[in-house]
Design a protein around this ligand. Structure first.
Ligand SMILES: *[C@@H]1O[C@H](CO)[C@@H](O)[C@H](O)[C@H]1NC(C)=O
Ligand SMILES: *[C@@H]1O[C@H](CO)[C@@H](O)[C@H](O)[C@H]1NC(C)=O
Ligand SMILES: *[C@@H]1O[C@H](CO)[C@@H](O)[C@H](O)[C@H]1NC(C)=O
Ligand SMILES: *[C@@H]1O[C@H](CO)[C@@H](O)[C@H](O)[C@H]1NC(C)=O
Ligand SMILES: *[C@@H]1O[C@H](CO)[C@@H](O)[C@H](O)[C@H]1NC(C)=O
Ligand SMILES: *[C@@H]1O[C@H](CO)[C@@H](O)[C@H](O)[C@H]1NC(C)=O
Length: 346
């Protein structure tokens, strides 16, 4: 058991846009808000689902590196987390590179050969690049070592990651590498003596939030997120989160104003921001066909049994027949044991 201050978990779709509007101002990364931008063109994540691989491609990522070779598939409700080998196949069909690089020694914390292999691979892949592992701990360490390795070799390389900034950047993303085995590796990669104090995250709940790696630390026990999946709610509760503030709009403007105000739900192979109610409704078949990202995709892009090459509803993200349904999220959040507050903006 662990004790902690009440953790406030803030659900905020627009924050994902502000923080990570990185590789293209026209691309607010609505589908990949969970990717952590460590530097321009370089992002990290934990274990990603089949859907998230497709989301990454649709949002403009060109490559994914996994630093773990997952050999067991996982299922969480409607979400599939395939093996690395299957991820590679899914990525190929979606049109994005997916490569696996693992430490030859089996120990990602202390393996300079791994840093070398990662550097060769990361250099060779098209960007933007997403590096993932299980909870983004190994992925962030690997990526920062890559930057440090590049910077040591070439002082004009950016981001400039030396022994000090390594731990500062890690801390901003809630990652704590303040252990001798990490510091030794960073010392060897940067060529600096790193035995004293290094930056550590100021998060009272410590590392307990890592299983819900999608969220982003902001201040103490407060985090922000884009549209989380309903399958994440049980994990948030068991991780220790107490409260969730939802900034997305409700199904009507307010309890006193019945004007319909549903936001959009993300849909595979459908462009974002096409307007929930425009022209007969965003999820009307005519409009779905007209707003596909790639009309030539095979139906198997959606699933083995899909009869169309686009998604029309997204239950995972509280989508109903019209769009995002805040009532559905409220019910699911409360059922998961969290306090729910609704503060619609925009
Ligand atoms: C990952 O595991 C699979 C299945 O065991 C194996 O075929 C593949 O070669 C492994 N990949 C790497 C990069 O180790
Ligand atoms: C090191 O830098 C030189 C040029 O400054 C470059 O040719 C070489 O590829 C770099 N090596 C690595 C591993 O980045
Ligand atoms: C779908 O939208 C079109 C106009 O874009 C409209 O003619 C049609 O009636 C709509 N269908 C449904 C089922 O609402
Ligand atoms: C879909 O079909 C392919 C090829 O037949 C198969 O390898 C894969 O396991 C199937 N996926 C699912 C989720 O049923
Ligand atoms: C939203 O979800 C609730 C709960 O499932 C449902 O009763 C309602 O009909 C849905 N749509 C709207 C517009 O409220
Ligand atoms: C949520 O977490 C609390 C504290 O760990 C636990 O007592 C409660 O049973 C959980 N609720 C659900 C619905 O799992």
């Amino acid at each position: 058991m662990y004790t902690m201050n009440p953790a406030v978990f803030i659900l905020l779709i627009i924050c994902a846009i502000t923080i990570d509007a990185a590789f293209d101002a026209n691309n607010p990364m609505r589908k990949t808000w969970w990717a952590k931008r460590i530097a321009n063109d370089f992002y990290t994540a934990g274990r990603i689902s089949a859907r998230q691989i497709k989301y990454a491609q649709e949002d403009g990522f060109k490559s994914i590196i996994s630093v773990i070779n997952f050999t067991e598939p996982l299922t969480n409700g409607l979400e599939e987390f395939p093996t690395s080998t299957d991820c590679q196949e899914i990525a190929k069909n979606a049109g994005i590179r997916y490569e696996v690089v693992v430490p030859p020694s089996g120990n990602w914390k202390q393996d300079l050969e791994f840093v070398r292999l990662f550097t060769i691979l990361a250099d060779s892949l098209p960007k933007p690049l997403l590096v993932h592992c299980g909870v983004s701990y190994a992925a962030t360490f690997s990526l920062l070592n890559y930057f440090a390795n590049k910077y040591r070799n070439d002082s004009t390389f950016t981001p400039k990651v030396d022994g000090k900034t390594f731990f500062e950047i890690a801390s901003m993303h809630g990652m704590n590498y303040n252990e001798p085995e990490f510091k030794q590796t960073v010392s060897l990669v940067t060529g600096e003596d790193i035995s004293g104090n290094v930056a550590v995250p100021d998060i009272p709940m410590g590392q307990w939030w890592w299983p819900t790696w999608q969220i982003k630390p902001v201040y103490k026990n407060m985090f922000v997120a884009g549209q989380i999946h309903f399958t994440s709610l049980a994990g948030l509760n068991s991780t220790g989160f107490k409260s969730l503030i939802n900034h997305r709009r409700g199904v009507t403007l307010s309890p006193n104003d019945p004007t319909p105000s549903q936001e959009e739900a993300s849909l595979l192979n459908i462009r974002d921001q096409t307007g929930t109610y425009a022209e007969g409704g965003r999820q009307n078949i005519t409009r779905l066909l007209a707003t596909r990202i790639d009309p030539s995709r095979p139906n198997t892009y959606i699933s083995n049994t899909s009869l169309v090459n686009y998604e029309a509803r997204n239950q995972l993200e509280f989508g109903d027949d019209v769009g995002y349904n805040e009532t559905m999220e409220r019910q699911a959040v409360e059922a998961a044991g969290l306090k729910y507050y609704h503060h619609p903006t925009g």
